[in-house]
Write a protein that binds this ligand. Structure first.
Ligand code: NAD
Length: 489
């Protein structure tokens, strides 16, 4: 890519510049080079977007038949797959993630989210009851689902298309309209999705994109807007707190998918090959920048040394570098700022007394990737469970390995975290799998697998990892209100 692109705002069915004509740069984290300039939305632009979304909700979108609405979503899903290479290239330029990951995860899942929620909304019923009345007669109770209105969708940078459509799909399928604020790091796929929606004939105002930052910018303006009916957010727990405070002013419903410090628990009775391979994936996928990644790995003492040696060998064999090369397994971190944060944890771990099993630095790469935000796959051991590096989310390619002696002790260690997103358990003992999974204080447990997704299942975390569940019917529950109608017969 030689010439920088430009990503405009998308408001009321048209691409446009912000009224204040402010722009910011979109940088390729693999090279440090400019990908695009991006229009920054002011509060006035966010107001225009929300007003357009409200008008569409009350007009063409609200009046459309359910089938016509869902057909448009299905068509958009198909269009993403037809434009696969364009989505893939843009997403990779924004994130630096390897083609081997983005082509299997980000783009297909981005398309699948729209199709899934179109199918789901087409087939969803509601409850009804035949009710006895005090006078010996009968009444019929039935519930109706109603969309909420304009949904504010605030997205992170780690899986931009996938996590955006995870919210936009069910919100639109349920009959709402949306204003999306993509991450400032990854504006491309929201812009491409706007083009797709324009091509398939989505009425103006149904899907809007306001680029910009969080505090004092488009993100905050969106959460403050009185005509935004609900906010769905994926990102850091600290950002969730700030958004919740703003949302409280308007008593807006919120759905939060936040950070994690996820445990992987490897029992002595595991299939060692699969546990090693699965843990390598759960620690290092997407350069450790998946909310579900394992950053705490607990291994039974009897296999600890063997497991550590094999994980170290696996980590050192990971091919880092050119994201556009099919054989590359790990790309860069998202930004210079995030790299500094991760390298800060690498330094802190040493200060806290960690034994560095492998990594802990920056790889040496050839041009043009020497300007990218790469760090080494890193494994630590020897830290106290109270060390900051064991308690705080790093969001990089790093995990701490801790030996354990018995089941109760490892469950206690895994649960001793402010976060509660997910866990991975490696065991061939079926009773143990059920027993341990039931006792882990998290929203999701994978047994002998990781990131194996069925999009109909509840997704979300406990504690500092989130509020509410999305996925399947649970998403539709968030994006609709239920009205009960009682008819005396
Ligand atoms: P972030 O919280 O920094 O930013 C997320 C979005 O919020 C961005 O669009 C940002 O501009 C916006 N924002 C920031 N401050 C805001 C404010 N005050 N008001 C409104 N909007 C604001 O998160 P990130 O760095 O983009 O993403 C990484 C984080 O996301 C990690 O903590 C990761 O664990 C988490 N995450 C969680 C899940 C999940 O499903 N639980 C999935 C992916 C990522």
């Amino acid at each position: 890519m030689t010439t920088a692109r430009h990503y405009a705002l998308f408001i009321d069915g048209a691409f446009c510049e912000g009224v204040e004509a402010r722009r910011f740069d979109d940088i390729n984290p693999a090279t440090g080079k400019l990908v695009a300039t991006v229009s920054e939305a002011s509060a006035a632009d966010v107001h225009r977007a929300v007003t357009a979304a409200k008008r569409a909700f009350e007009g063409p979108w609200g009046n459309m038949t359910t089938n016509a609405r869902l057909d448009l979503l299905a068509k958009a899903s198909q269009r993403i797959m037809e434009s696969f290479d364009q989505f893939l290239g843009h997403e990779m330029d924004d994130t630096g993630k390897p083609v081997s990951f983005a082509s299997k995860v980000d783009i297909p899942r981005g398309a699948a989210n729209l199709q899934l929620f179109a199918d789901l909304a087409r087939n969803l019923g509601t409850e009804s009851y035949a009710t006895d009345t005090p006078d010996g007669g009968r009444a019929l109770n039935y519930a109706q689902r109603h969309p909420l209105g304009v949904i504010g969708v605030i997205c992170p940078w780690n899986l931009p298309l996938l996590l955006m459509t995870w919210k936009v799909g069910p919100a639109l399928a349920a009959g709402n309209t949306v204003v999306v604020k993509p991450s400032e790091e990854t504006p491309a796929s929201a812009t491409l999705l706007a083009e797709v929606f324009q091509e398939v004939g989505l009425p103006p105002g149904v899907f809007n994109v306001v680029h910009g930052f969080g505090p004092g910018s488009a993100g905050e303006a969106l959460t403050q807007h009185p005509d935004v009916a609900a906010i769905t957010f994926t990102g850091e727990s600290a950002t969730g707190k700030a958004i919740m405070k703003t949302a409280a002013e308007g008593l807006k419903p919120i759905s939060f998918e936040l950070g994690g410090k996820n445990a992987a628990i490897v029992f002595a009775d595991c299939d060692l090959d699969k546990a090693v391979e699965g843990t390598l994936r759960s620690v290092f996928s997407n350069c450790g920048q998946v909310c579900l990644c394992s950053e705490r790995v607990y291994v039974h003492r009897s296999i600890f040394d063997t497991f550590v040696a094999r994980l170290k060998a696996g980590a050192e064999a990971i091919r880092i570098g050119d994201p556009y090369d099919e054989t590359t397994e790990m790309g860069p971190l998202i930004s210079a700022v995030h790299k500094e944060k991760v390298l800060g944890y690498f330094r802190l771990a040493r200060e806290e007394g960690a034994e560095v099993i492998t990594g802990g630095g920056e790889p040496t790469l050839e041009p043009p990737f020497q300007g990218g935000h790469f760090v080494e796959p890193t494994l630590w051991t020897g830290l106290d469970e109270n060390a900051r590096c064991v308690r705080e989310e790093v969001f990089g390619p790093v995990a701490h390995l801790q030996p354990f002696d018995d089941e109760a002790a490892v469950i206690a260690m895994a649960n001793d975290s402010p976060y509660g997103l997910c866990a991975a358990v490696w065991t061939q003992d079926l009773s143990r799998a059920h027993r341990v999974a039931a006792q882990l204080d998290v929203g999701m447990v994978w047994v002998n697998s990781w990131f194996l997704r069925d999009l109909r299942t509840p997704f979300g975390g406990t504690g500092a990892s989130g509020i509410g569940r999305e996925g399947g019917k649970h998403s539709i529950d968030f994006y609709t209100d239920l009205k009960n109608i009682c008819i005396k017969l």
